[in-house]
Every structure is written in structure tokens, then in C-alpha cells.
Design a protein around this ligand. Structure first.
Ligand code: BTN
Length: 249
């Protein structure tokens, strides 16, 4: 295992090629300290949400963050949204027109630049592993059905090195969400809503195999999507945003 170094309150492990940083962290839950981050140069079995493959050639940011004990289970959607928001703001600082695509993507000009996956469990101790993938240099296609085509930071300008981006991300995460028992969206609920892709637009939310049409109203304090439908306001904890015709938005 490569040496770990400190970044604020985090220990960061820099690895060369791993199967998946999610798996790397999950295999070591018992021995790794709380607030461990693992950053890999590439992944041979990168995992996306819904069983998709996250192709991970060198040049992108592939990292997983371990929190143990886990934050309250109902915080998982908000941690993902907060993370997407942090990446969005970092990218915007470099002139990229990035937006948060609920529930956990970062998009710019209709392209997916980053994706986030949150996993949690209770054995051997309570744990939470947040996986973050950012296309920095290349636009690897995402295997399996995807809602958005992939894009990369490099389309918009020179990307940072993965390690620098991770350092900035961890710093912002710690300052916006210093205590894991506090609501991750506590200080940024409004700003996250303002950055929502499709805010005020008519979309279809596909959740548990069912599509519901409505207008995106924002997110609530738990990170649920608020959708104004013909039969009143609906809240979604998870799902995928599509056009009303089931296409990419
Ligand atoms: C998605 O949009 O489907 C989520 C993608 C998450 C990819 C990252 S890359 C680092 C970490 N390790 C993985 O195997 N997956 C996540």
C-alpha cells in the first residue's frame, strides 16, 4: 500500500491502478481510520450507479472517502448533493458553466463531467464510502444506459491535477459540513437549489421504474427533489431526471 499523507482532517492514500477505489476502501474498513481518502491514478473496475461501469483511464479523478462511523443514513442523498455542489462551484471558479444534476451529477453544456456514488453499511462497523469520479482530461464513455453523454473539464480549459482537485474538495467539504451529525445541506440548501440543472423546467423523474412528469421546484432539506405535478407536489429521494419523453435532458 502506498504511503498516506494528510490533507486537513483527512489521510489521503495515493494508489496507482486499483480495481475500484470504492472496493479498495470497503475491503479495508476495519483497518482504515475515519476520514480516509483514496485516490487512484486509474481503475480497472470503476463502478457507477445502477450497476453501470465507470471507465477510468489515467488522467481523471477517481477517489473514495471513508467516514466511520457513518453519518445518519438519511443524510446520504444530501452528502451526494453537497459533493456535486462543491465540484460545481470549483468548476465554476474556473469558468465552466457547471450545474448540479439531481441526484448526484455535475453537468456542463449538457455533458456529464462528474458522478458520485454513496454507499453505506453496518459491518464490521458503521461506514459510509463516498465515491467521486471527475473526467478531467478524457471523456470515457460510460458503459450501460446513460442519461447524459460524458464530457471532460479539458473541453473548457486546463484541468487541475487530480490530487489538487481532491485537496480543494476536501477543504470545502470540511468547511461546509464540519460535523457529520449536522445536516450536510444546512448551510447551502438555497445555493444548491440555485445551481440545479432543470430548475423550473418540465421533466420526467424515473424512480423505481415509474416515470412521473412535473416541473422541478427545487430540493428540500433532505436533498429530495421537489416536483410540482398535476396532482400536487411530489418528493423523490432517488431517481433519474429525463425529458418528458424519456430522453436525455
Ligand atoms: C455515477 O455517476 O454513476 C457515479 C460514478 C462514480 C465513479 C467513482 S470513480 C471513484 C469511485 N470508485 C468507483 O468505482 N466508483 C466511484
Amino acid at each position: 500500500m502506498a504511503e498516506a499523507y494528510s490533507s486537513g482532517r483527512w489521510s489521503v492514500h495515493n494508489e496507482d491502478s486499483v480495481d475500484s477505489t470504492q472496493q479498495w476502501a470497503r475491503r479495508r474498513i476495519a483497518s482504515l481510520p475515519d476520514r480516509t481518502a483514496v485516490l487512484a491514478r486509474s481503475q480497472t473496475g470503476g463502478r457507477g450507479r445502477s450497476g453501470r461501469t465507470w471507465l477510468s483511464p489515467p488522467g481523471g479523478l477517481y477517489c473514495s472517502l471513508l467516514l466511520k462511523p457513518a453519518p445518519p443514513i438519511n443524510f446520504a442523498p444530501s452528502v451526494s448533493l453537497l459533493s456535486a455542489f462543491i465540484l460545481t462551484e470549483i468548476m465554476r471558479g474556473s469558468g465552466i458553466p457547471a450545474m448540479v444534476k439531481w441526484p448526484n451529477d455535475v453537468v456542463a453544456d449538457g455533458l456529464k463531467l462528474a458522478g458520485i456514488i454513496a454507499e453505506t453499511g453496518s459491518a464490521p462497523t458503521s461506514w459510509f464510502v463516498l465515491g467521486i469520479g471527475v473526467n478531467l482530461q478524457s471523456e470515457p464513455s460510460i458503459e450501460g444506459r446513460t442519461v447524459l453523454p460524458p464530457g471532460a473539464w479539458s473541453r473548457f480549459g486546463g484541468p487541475p491535477a487530480p490530487g489538487e482537485l481532491l485537496q480543494r474538495f476536501l477543504m470545502d467539504m470540511d468547511s461546509l459540513w464540519p460535523k457529520r451529525t449536522d445536516n450536510p445541506l444546512g448551510s447551502v440548501g438555497g445555493p444548491v437549489t440555485a445551481r440545479l440543472w432543470n430548475l423550473g423546467e418540465r421533466v420526467s423523474v424515473k424512480s423505481e421504474g415509474i416515470g412521473v412528469d412535473g416541473v422541478v421546484d427545487g430540493i428540500d432539506e433532505n436533498g429530495f427533489l421537489l416536483l410540482s405535478t398535476d396532482s400536487g407536489e411530489r418528493r423523490f429521494v432517488s431517481g433519474e431526471l429525463l425529458t418528458v419523453h424519456g430522453e436525455r435532458v
